[in-house]
Design a protein around this ligand. Structure first.
Ligand SMILES: [Zn+2]
Length: 263
């Protein structure tokens, strides 16, 4: 049931964003959808299948187990449910922000995370482009956080839906008026803010790590407000990987096991 709720919400938000991108795009892509979507959607299907067969639902089950056994911080005291949901959401979001920074700084994790950054365009399907090992490691890390926090099981489901929805939204190639974007950025991460993280310039890639709320980047000094190049023409991707034909489905699966290319 938990998986059905999560996947239905993710699919619904994905369809809305694809429609929005079609009606009001922010950038004119250099590559056609045919050149990128089969790879990104293929990785998504592969990851969903692998997770269903392995660790799918384990974060929620860990939260249920922690509540039943009395593990974790929030299960030590009688905390009102609304408060445990808010605290769980905030701590998990900060934990994922921290994990994203480590994925850029630790070469072993960068080997996996670079797959996400090799996309030469930036749209809702980019949010699906992850190596399966990164998804699995991320899930195990989430389980560790859930058990340490004593996370509220409902909050874990809500968090997964928010994280998925926010990632789909902030990778979308949608046009939001700059004045509205500026206001939204005080609370959430907009596509213009996250696109900077997908710049080919390393200084810009090493900033704007958040996925849903923007305060972590602002508080921790990793916020970049504007890219050096205009949003509509800035180069997306990684400098060592500029050829789309080099970035097929199988090639991306093998990429973490090949020699690291210097950025
Ligand atoms: Zn990243």
């Amino acid at each position: 049931m938990e998986t059905v709720i999560r996947l239905s919400a993710a699919l619904g938000i994905f369809c809305i964003m694809i429609g929005w991108e079609y009606v009001s795009p922010r950038r004119i892509p250099h590559l056609s959808r045919k050149q990128r979507w089969p790879v990104n959607l293929g990785l998504a299907a592969f990851n969903i299948a692998i997770m269903r067969l392995s660790l799918g639902g384990i974060a929620y089950l860990s939260a249920v187990n922690a509540a039943n056994q009395g593990y974790g911080l929030l299960n030590q005291w009688p905390v009102p449910e609304w408060l445990s949901i808010i605290v769980t959401l905030l701590i998990l979001d900060f934990a994922i922000y921290g994990q994203h920074i480590v994925s850029h700084k630790w070469p072993l994790l960068w080997r996996l995370h670079q797959v996400h950054h090799t996309d030469l365009e930036f749209d809702a399907t980019t949010a699906l482009r992850f190596h399966p090992l990164e998804i699995m490691i991320s899930m195990l890390y989430k389980v560790l956080c859930v058990v340490l926090i004593g996370a509220n099981p409902w909050a874990v489901i809500i968090f997964e839906i928010i994280l998925n929805g926010a990632a789909t939204f902030n990778h979308s190639n949608i046009n939001i008026p700059p004045t509205l974007d500026k206001k939204l950025r005080w609370l959430i991460i907009t596509p213009d803010m996250h696109r900077i993280h997908h710049s080919t310039l390393t200084a810009e890639t090493d900033s704007n790590y958040g996925f849903s709320i923007s305060c972590w980047d602002r508080l921790c000094g990793t916020y970049t407000a504007n890219p050096k190049q205009p949003q509509t023409t800035m180069a997306i991707g990684l400098e060592p990987f500029r050829e789309a034909h080099e970035l097929g489905f199988l090639r991306l699966l093998l990429l973490p096991f090949q020699a690291l290319r210097r950025r």
